[in-house]
Ligand binder design. Structure first.
Ligand SMILES: Cc1cc2nc3c(=O)[nH]c(=O)nc-3n(C[C@H](O)[C@H](O)[C@H](O)COP(=O)(O)OP(=O)(O)OC[C@H]3O[C@@H](n4cnc5c(N)ncnc54)[C@H](O)[C@@H]3O)c2cc1C
Length: 390
């Protein structure tokens, strides 16, 4: 096992860091927590696209660079370290582009991949429904064949980035008579089609990053079915492995961690810098240990992908670990900042621009989104430990 990055990879990290430093210097963004999922900046996404950093791992014939998943992880890690607003392209780059390459038609590849790569297609994920979360195969949204189209009726919920997306990946039931895992298909749908209504949901932080999406007799041309009809279940399972796999499951709050360390150096309590308090030093050091273990998990997952395997139990393990780390980071920040840490970003007395209270509230959802920690542990129990399925 070799833990070293190659010279080329070190240079690439430097190149990404230089780009982000320059963007910061120009004031194009303010570092923030959760910026990979909540920071929507079409302008920033366009600049990332111009560098060829969307679809980095895709084959060259589809406009990608054919680079490794380790390279992509380096890019993601730097974006998260800087709290850069990458939400417009994150989902499409992470999983939908890859799904289209794996299962889509040549026509879909020629139409959609250039839109994603150039930073013009912002894709939302239409999986969950009011009665289908962990048990996703219970979904009820229907797609009924009618001539050259499917007619879609139903509702999705918790669709992240729904107010910004112009495409939605959709999981719908194409055979209501089949056993529930065998009658599901995948689609990619233009959100401007008549009959689609997007309604924002206010989240626990007071923000509106996720949405309900309603489909009322939406006519979707058949050419937007991804892969085989009624084979959507194995396809989406493969996609979920990629959804769970990334550094955003560990470093979404990295700007808070950095700011917290600086805060303890600069803030005195009872005449002494907080950074000299043994309990605080120990808590921060503990977080650093956990962060580095988390990074090893994430790089292992990328290595699995570079071997050409979909990471299954590996991404379940890394996501369960990473999101629990982020929850501990947020709790530690609140403990160190005391009651001030609970203030909202608008408050005059709030420290660290309110990142601690935002992360504390937001991190509750991390162990739900993309598969709850209980479900991930079930996957580990089954696929790694060989325990019986339930
Ligand atoms: C911030 C955020 C963003 C999201 N973004 C999206 C998005 O973009 N697109 C999308 O489609 N969805 C999205 N989701 C939805 C997410 O995928 C679901 O919340 C998740 O799958 C859980 O489903 P549920 O909320 O219906 O909870 P439920 O499935 O009802 O689960 C409730 C509780 O029961 C537990 N549980 C359920 N089944 C089992 C079991 N078999 N064994 C043990 N415990 C179990 C769960 O772990 C959980 O604690 C998002 C959610 C959040 C919080």
């Amino acid at each position: 096992m070799d833990f070293k990055f190659s010279e080329e990879q070190r240079k690439f990290r430097q190149e990404v860091g230089d780009f982000l430093e320059e963007e910061l210097r120009q004031g194009s963004f303010e570092p923030s927590c959760d910026a990979w999922i909540m920071g929507h900046s079409p302008e920033f996404t366009r600049k990332v696209a111009q560098r060829g950093w969307i679809g980095l791992t895709w084959p060259k014939e589809y406009g990608g660079q054919g680079r490794s998943y380790i390279d992509r992880l380096i890019l993601a890690e730097e974006m998260l370290r800087y709290g850069a607003p990458a939400a417009c392209h994150w989902f499409a780059d992470r999983q939908i582009g890859g799904s289209i390459i794996a299962f889509g038609t040549e026509e879909q590849k020629r139409e959609l991949l250039p839109k994603i790569r150039s930073g013009q297609a912002y894709v939302g994920l239409g999986m969950s429904e009011p009665e289908a979360g962990s048990d996703l195969a219970s979904l009820q949204t229907r797609a009924i064949e009618d001539g050259d189209d499917y007619i879609i009726d139903g509702q999705k919920v918790w669709t992240s980035g729904g107010s910004h997306m112009n495409w939605i990946y959709l999981l719908a039931r194409t055979d209501p008579e089949a056993p529930k895992h065998r009658g599901i298909s995948e689609f990619i749908v233009d959100v401007s089609l008549p009959g689609i209504t997007v309604r924002p949901i206010v989240d626990i932080t007071g923000g509106v990053h996720f949405n309900e999406v309603f489909f009322d007799s939406v006519r979707v041309p058949k050419k937007y079915l991804i892969g085989e009809r009624n084979r959507g279940w194995p396809q989406v399972l493969n996609q979920l492995d990629y959804e769970r796999s990334g550094m955003e499951r560990l470093m979404a709050n990295y700007p808070l961690f950095e700011a917290l360390i600086q805060y303890t150096k600069q803030t005195k309590r009872n005449g002494k810098p907080l950074s000299e308090e043994p309990v605080i030093r120990s808590k921060l050091a503990q977080l650093k240990i956990e962060l580095e273990i988390g990074r090893l998990h994430m790089y292992r997952v990328a290595q699995v992908m570079d071997e050409g395997r979909a990471p299954n139990w590996e991404s379940a393990m890394s996501k369960a670990y990473g999101t629990a780390f982020e929850q501990r980071l947020a709790s530690t920040a609140i403990e160190i900042l005391g009651l001030y840490g609970q203030l909202s970003p608008e408050s005059k007395w709030v420290p660290l621009q309110g990142m601690a209270s935002h992360s504390y509230l937001s991190s509750k959802g991390y162990s739900l989104q993309a598969g709850t920690s209980e479900i991930l542990k079930n996957i580990l129990a089954l696929r790694k430990l060989g325990l019986p399925s339930q």
